[in-house]
Design a protein around this ligand. Sequence first.
Ligand SMILES: Cc1ncc(COP(=O)(O)O)c(C=O)c1O
Length: 386
Amino acid sequence: MYEKQSLMIPGPTNIPPRILRTLGKPAVGHRTPAFSQLLKEVSTQLKEIYQTQNEVLILTSSGTGAMEAAVANFVNAGDKVLVMENGNFGERWGKIATRYGADVEVISGPWGERANPEALRERIAQDTQHEIKAVFVTHNETSTGVLNDTKALRKALQDHPALFIVDAISGMAVSPLPVDEWKLDVVVSGSQKAYMLPPGLAFISVSPKAWEVCEKVTSPRFYFDLRAARKSLLEKSTTPYTPATSLIIALKETLEIMLEEGLENIYERHAFYRTLVRTAVKALGLEPLAGDEAASPAVTAIKKPGDIDVKAITKLMRDKHNVLIAGGQGKLQTEIFRIGHLGYVHVNDIVMTIAALERTLKELGMNIQLGQGVAAVQELLVKAGK
Ligand SMILES: Cc1ncc(COP(=O)(O)O)c(C=O)c1O
């Protein structure tokens, strides 16, 4: 009956009406001069978002497809690779690389804390023979609400020749990630996160050094052969296979919106959402999983209050209060719930989410004072003149 549901999960996110209108446009052909022109324009705009001169390729897939492409194109079976793992998505890097026959070494860290650059530095220092061919990291670990210190992790690699490969699926255009300045070889992101689009597109930047590796790698690849994507883009402004045309038309619109707002403002806005949500949940006596220094601007993971079932919280929020929030993932599945605050979010969405959470927790028997979380948010909003 009530059609509108608020997506406060860490992707897919709410979609701005301007984008929804664009998605309703008539279908187009993908081998036309107009579509080629569009592809050229969005590819250039994506470089601005990525802050890079590297080619940024558009794949019709979810984010994991781009992660698989990052393994298939830059890692040989038998290659030694390092994975910095402190959550579900770090684990995924390890799973994909293992499936492709790499010799995967995982540096695991506690879920809820940042990946440790010192641990990486030490391991790299031991590798005097340069056996490690790639290091995989997760910029924003969505499963735990942790923003890793990608700059420090990259610094830890120093001038070791291994490729530095980043999952920025939920972190791109949420928190700074200047690809060229930080010397990031391969960076993947996905449409359903800060880009405010539906799922279905993934983006991958490739440095000149990574292209050299790509040419020599012998892993099997077809749909995700990035050489084909690059050749099509550079020589004919097209894609090797049929792309998600409607999403690419919408991508143009969303990149306009994002660049109009400006990257710095986008980062600041997400950092403010983080403050609002964390202040509110703390005011309600709840405990965020990540400490302040590690907290993600895209998603806040909150520890299960007492013995209240996490599934009951997310179910009541969804079915009764019309707000979609997320449970935990992997080994934290029943231990945390998560509020997403990336992309098309208005501060009022946060006020409403906290209000719904208060009612939910009260309904589930938690002893909280209604309005305490909302009041904390309201105070911050008034103080910030919002
Ligand atoms: C950090 C991170 N990596 C990878 C993924 C997987 O992306 P997808 O579900 O689009 O394949 C996600 C999705 O939530 C993510 O947040």
